[in-house]
Design a protein around this ligand. Structure first.
Ligand code: NDP
Length: 440
């Protein structure tokens, strides 16, 4: 097909700067994410503690000298299981009904259409699991913890393949410019360094027809799998000790709550940085598919191996933390999202920017520049506290999440400074706190 008339905007401007420490940082994250996805469950299984740090790793190193150890990480069956899971999510996205929503205006003036049926996919998945478990028992769920490392391998390989696929989608039109229309590249994804661009993501909205690869992977195969994994860990704890502890019920309920809430409010992602600004590359592919389900479910994995009873007061304390975090997270995200979609039910104050959009200056967004991150982080505590204080391992999540949110806030601040210029300086003067009012 010959290309259509050249668009008036530049689809592939050269990116001005690196993020994540440039190519070296990209390589570091590319290696670190799979590494920690293996390391965390092994550590929970093999008695890691801060006191035996050196001996633990020496023993691990010796185990790795045996080729059988490496072979145990791979299974063709686990690869097929993972591919079947991914295919199920694709089929659900294609066939289940869903409202169509428009995304924000892109820099070529267009708005993409997205089918919102992630919640329907989640419900269909839960119904399928409930039906299967009622008829055949928990063996299918137990497959997951019993083949955990092999599933990590399958998902890692798939994440690499997906990242190469979308990178290819960006390169082919450059090789055959007469045959293909150039895709819109993300402003930060075209530095010219191949490793970095592959990692950070070149194409802003890679699609196959109307199937949006980025929105699909953000909301379905990883996020829903997180809940499936949690259910598998409930089954695993039951298999190991013959009952399910209150701590396990709480951590799984909080995770499920987060995922159900995200899927129910699926259209909220249309105004997030991932969708509006970042390209889709290995960073999002491995983040969405591997990191989220395999490490965010870790507290449940840990509790299956190290059960704990919290009692009534322990449960009440943890619930209070969860409710506080959720309230801040949900109301602040709703305030911004409603506002960006042209509604302002609380009559919040805002000011007009030269860019055309307005910035909220009251409500949550008048207290800090990222109140939603604060709520999210408080919830992260509620997910870890049910594991008690037997090990620092499950608390990796609050530490990692704090780093992620501070880094993300810095990136968003830079992006907004570019988008809004002196209007952003004005907003920063009006709202000086970055995440936690009066603290940070
Ligand atoms: P936000 O939803 O916070 O969106 C940031 C954008 O909001 C800015 O770029 C700007 O875009 C707009 N904005 C900023 N200030 C204002 C204002 N005062 N008034 C109106 N609009 C404003 O960013 P994220 O995508 O990072 O986060 C979305 C949610 O996802 C958060 O709750 C976060 O905690 C969560 N999250 C969770 C992760 C996890 O792993 N669990 C990972 C990442 C995020 P513009 O003005 O162009 O509209």
């Amino acid at each position: 097909m010959p290309s259509k008339a050249a668009p008036a905007y530049d689809p592939a401007p050269k990116s001005a700067h690196y993020e994540f420490g440039g190519p070296l940082g990209a390589l570091g994250v590319t290696l670190a994410v799979p590494f920690f996805s293996y390391w965390l469950p092994f550590a929970a299984q093999n008695g890691f503690s801060l006191c035996n740090f050196v001996d633990y790793h020496r023993a691990g190193w010796r185990a790795m000298e045996d080729p059988a150890w490496w072979k145990s990480l791979w299974s063709t069956e686990a690869m097929i299981v993972y591919l079947a899971w991914y295919a199920w999510c694709v089929v659900c996205a294609l066939v289940l009904p869903g409202k169509e929503e428009k995304g924000v205006e892109l820099r070529n003036g267009q708005r993409l259409t997205y089918k919102m049926n992630a919640f329907a996919t989640l419900v269909a998945t839960m119904a399928a699991i409930a039906g299967w478990t009622a008829v055949y028992g928990i063996d299918a769920l137990l497959y997951i913890p019993h083949h955990w490392a092999q599933l990590v391998t399958a998902t890692t390989l798939f994440s690499f393949a997906l990242a190469f696929f979308v990178y290819g989608q960006s390169i082919v039109p450059e090789l055959f410019p007469k045959a293909f229309e150039p895709p819109m590249l993300a402003l930060g994804g075209n530095t010219g360094n191949r490793l970095y661009d592959w990692f950070i993501g070149r194409v802003l909205n890679p699609r196959i027809g109307s199937f949006d690869i980025k929105a699909f992977n953000e909301m379905r195969p990883g996020l829903i799998l997180w809940v499936v994994f949690d259910l598998a860990f409930v089954a695993w704890q039951y298999e190991r000790i013959g009952r399910v502890t209150d701590s396990m019920i709480l951590t799984v309920a909080f995770h499920a709550w987060y995922v159900f809430d995200a899927e129910f409010n699926e259209s909220n992602i249309l105004t997030t940085m991932d969708i509006t600004t970042d390209g889709f590359g290995f960073m999002l592919s491995v983040g969405d598919l591997l990191w989220v389900p395999y490490t965010y479910s870790y507290t449940a994995y840990f509790l299956a191996l190290h059960p704990l009873d919290l009692g009534v007061s322990g449960c009440a304390g943890v619930l209070a933390v969860q409710f506080l975090g959720y309230y801040i997270f949900r109301t602040s995200n709703n305030e911004k999202n409603e506002f960006r979609l042209g509604r302002n039910p609380k009559n919040l104050t805002s000011f007009q920017t030269e860019r055309g959009t307005r910035l909220l200056t009251s409500g949550w967004w008048g207290r800090s520049r990222h109140p939603n991150y604060m709520g999210d982080w408080i919830m992260a505590w509620a997910w870890c506290l049910p594991t008690g204080f037997q090990s620092p391992l499950p608390y990796f999540y609050v530490i990692y999440f704090a780093i992620l949110l501070v880094h993300r806030q810095t990136r968003d601040d830079e992006a907004c400074a570019q988008k809004y210029g002196k209007d952003w300086d004005k907003y920063k003067r009006l709202v000086p706190s970055r995440i936690i009012p009066h603290v940070y």
